[in-house]
Design a protein around this ligand. Structure first.
Ligand code: GDP
Length: 362
């Protein structure tokens, strides 16, 4: 089965990359996510940005619209269907998001406050990213706080910078050099993304403002460029399932549910699934696959939309019996007709030692 799945892989059929946001508290992680999502509210559902369980999906159309302001600097062509950004910023979500001992994030955004530079949790984040070998970009956020910055909402960063007074440009250059020096002290080469000639050796810095939206087109474009050019191997769509439990939650009317990120493959109602439990592996059957109602339909009684089946990558809530002892961070496996349940139980539990270490740490 694995071989069949591998043979069917193609660079023309990529899944959406999964992106995490981390960094020191108050650097603007939440605000950045809100700002990217806002287009959704303002333009109705036109952009097709969907809020999912534990994640937000930004389809290619919405990214194309958002990056239009970049003109010729835009990525040549979007090959990925979109980007799935994990909503819960911070360390806990990142440490728990493992899949086969590594992070499920394909790429991360490390947010740094341009006025503060590297802070204690920034350094911790760098360590985590290195441990997991997760590629990342740096959002140098809060550029609107540079003294006398003149904001041009949602503009490309370079255009905004060109329109600032020389004193503002000078303060920007000074703060960027300080940040690059601080990264160098951590053993990291960094460079402003538009000057970066070697993405393998230099971490890209993208100046942003979560308040004015400036630089956000640049950030999205960079994410697309990096994932498409450097990760297409990893992103080739396969039918082989890859799925991780984000959270275990009790929901009124549904009982204990698990929120999962489906990284690759399909899930169907009625699938027999296996996940890690505190008292051993749990084997159960998917009763419902759920996502939240779209924004404008919030008045509808039921809180969730039911799906017969779903395709990666997305965040989804699973309702099934016997999930009370399920462990966040566990992999989720689906038992096919030819699978030996005992093998799957063993496979799923083999990650447990790793999970326990990360639970201890949080
Ligand atoms: P988090 O802890 O990293 O999620 O940070 P938040 O998103 O909660 O932001 C922390 C504070 O910084 C809030 O008061 C935000 O309004 C503010 N903030 C975030 N991004 C920006 C920005 O780009 N410019 C300015 N001026 N303030 C920002």
């Amino acid at each position: 089965r694995q071989q069949d799945a591998m043979a069917k892989r193609s660079k023309d059929d990529l899944r959406s990359p999964i992106c995490c946001i981390l960094g020191h508290v108050d650097t603007g992680k939440t605000k950045l996510l809100d700002k990217i999502r806002q287009t959704n509210v303002q333009e109705g559902e036109a952009g097709g940005i969907t809020q999912q369980i534990g994640a937000t999906f930004f389809p290619a159309d919405a990214i194309e619209k958002k990056t239009a302001v970049l003109g010729a600097d835009r990525a040549e062509k979007l090959k990925v269907p979109g980007i799935l950004i994990i909503d819960t910023p911070g360390h806990e979500s990142f440490t728990n998001l493992r899949s086969r001992g590594s992070s499920l994030c394909n790429i991360a955004i490390l947010v740094v406050d341009i006025m503060h530079g590297l802070e204690p949790q920034t350094l911790e984040s760098i360590r985590l990213l290195r441990d997991r070998k997760t590629p990342f970009i740096v959002a140098l956020n809060k550029i609107d706080r540079l003294f006398e910055w003149k904001a041009i909402p949602d503009n490309s960063f370079l255009d905004s910078l060109a329109k600032q007074k020389p004193s503002v440009q000078a303060e920007f250059e000074k703060r960027v050099s300080e940040t690059m020096l601080a990264f160098a002290e951590q053993g990291l080469n960094s460079q402003l993304y538009y000057k970066n000639k070697n993405f393998a050796k230099y971490v890209s810095l993208v100046p942003t403002s979560a308040h004015t939206g400036e630089g956000i087109p640049d950030m999205l474009n960079l994410l697309i460029n990096l994932t498409q050019s450097r990760m297409s191997e990893k992103l080739m769509y396969i039918t082989e399932l890859e799925c991780t439990v984000l959270e275990v939650k009790v929901i009124e009317g549904l009982g204990t549910t698990i929120d999962v990120v489906l990284v690759n493959g399909w899930l169907h109602e009625g699938d027999r699934i296996v996940v890690c439990g505190l008292n051993g592996p749990i084997v159960t059957t998917v009763r419902a696959l759920l996502t939240p109602q779209p924004m404008r339909e919030l008045r509808i009684k039921s809180q969730y939309v039911h799906h017969k089946s779903v395709k990666a990558a997305l965040g989804i809530k699973i309702s099934a019996p016997d999930l009370e002892k399920a462990i966040a961070g566990s992999r989720l496996l689906v038992a096919g007709p030819d699978d030996d349940i005992e093998d799957l139980k063993e496979e799923v539990m083999s990650d447990l030692t790793n999970l326990m270490t990360s639970i201890d740490r949080t």
